[in-house]
Design a protein around this ligand. Structure first.
Ligand SMILES: [Cu+2]
Length: 188
């Protein structure tokens, strides 16, 4: 007697589950393979791109928008506009009621080591000076209009004075009084 095995419903269900599982596994494998192939393809494309750019001798540069900047030359190269002033004899009233010799500007601000140009019109018929021994400054200011360079090598506030005897009508009073034949230089 031949026994014919007829699959019962349980067996069918089990087989179906096994089949599905197998398909899923296979499908997953296929997807994994495709993903792998994709990476390989991407690499291949990259290599081709590299070879192509290499062949063309191109260098790829990431360009950024150009930022326009004002070109500012170093301060030392900027041609400074001279400061204009005058020397006028017997022109400024002092607290003593007398008129004294003066520089029309007696306070100067300079940058350490950088020349300050002074265009001085000495209307007097004798020379005067801008002298500050502590910083080795001694500019003789001749009669007439000339340009001088005032340079101070150290920072600080220094008093200057005219060392050439002047303001003789007042016994030289102006020579030691800021605002007349003396003043201050501030170097920063
Ligand atoms: Cu003087």
């Amino acid at each position: 007697m031949t026994h014919v095995q007829t699959p019962d419903k349980d067996t069918e269900a089990r087989d179906q589950a096994q089949f599905d599982e197998a398909v899923n596994r296979q499908g997953k494998t296929v997807l994994e393979w495709l993903a792998g192939a994709g990476i390989v393809a991407a690499l291949a494309i990259s290599i081709v791109a590299l070879i192509q750019s290499g062949e063309k001798g191109e260098t790829r540069v990431i360009t950024q928008p150009a930022v326009k900047q004002a070109v500012v030359p170093p301060a030392s190269t900027v041609p400074a506009k001279p400061i204009s002033l005058k020397i006028i004899g017997g022109s400024k009233l002092g607290p003593d009621g007398k008129k004294h010799d003066v520089f029309t500007k007696t306070e100067f601000a300079v940058k350490v080591g950088q020349p300050l140009k002074l265009k001085i019109d000495n209307t007097d018929d004798v020379p005067h000076s801008i002298t500050a021994p502590v910083v080795g400054l001694n500019l003789t200011i001749k009669p007439g209009v000339h340009t001088y360079s005032l340079v101070v090598a150290q920072a600080g506030k220094f008093q200057w004075f005219c060392i050439i005897p002047c303001d003789t009508d007042a016994g030289g009073w102006a020579m030691s009084h800021p605002g007349f034949m003396a003043g201050y230089i501030t170097a920063t």
